[in-house]
Design a protein around this ligand. Structure first.
Ligand code: ZN
Length: 133
């Protein structure tokens, strides 16, 4: 585990949230990216080396739409950068953590990502991410 890479926040309206977070952090988002396979549109802020990833659903079946239906807007996941995501999945599975998928998948920001089931992580959805070279 290298560092806390970003904090994912589920929002209903990305445009509105972008304005709010720009005001809050004192700087604008530096990119917007859609991950069609995940049904999300994301925007990124950077503050002190940690990123804030705002996540808006792009369809009703999106995990973000379901999250907001159930729990409302708010912190969705914590993402930790790892140097070898496949190795991290194996070693964490051995230690009782349950990956949501057997294999890493493409995420926003040029990364391979995997989520650990929150029932195995004290209710916090945890993402591991590895930058694609
Ligand atoms: Zn993320």
């Amino acid at each position: 585990m290298k560092k806390l890479e970003h904090i994912g926040i589920a929002v209903k309206n990305l445009k509105v949230a972008n304005k709010l977070f720009a005001k809050l952090l004192g700087k604008p988002h530096y990119k917007i990216e859609e991950v069609a396979s995940e049904g999300v549109r994301t925007s990124f802020f950077e503050i002190g080396g940690v990123k804030i990833e705002l996540l808006e659903a792009t369809n009703v079946d999106s995990p973000i739409a379901k999250f907001i239906d159930k729990r409302g807007e708010g912190i969705h996941h914590l993402a930790f950068e790892v140097s070898d995501i496949k190795q991290s999945i194996l070693s964490h599975s051995d230690n009782g953590f349950l990956p949501l998928n057997p294999q890493p998948k493409p995420g926003a920001d040029n990364k391979q990502i995997i989520f650990m089931h929150p029932k195995t992580t004290n209710g916090v959805l945890i993402e591991f991410c590895q930058e694609l070279k």
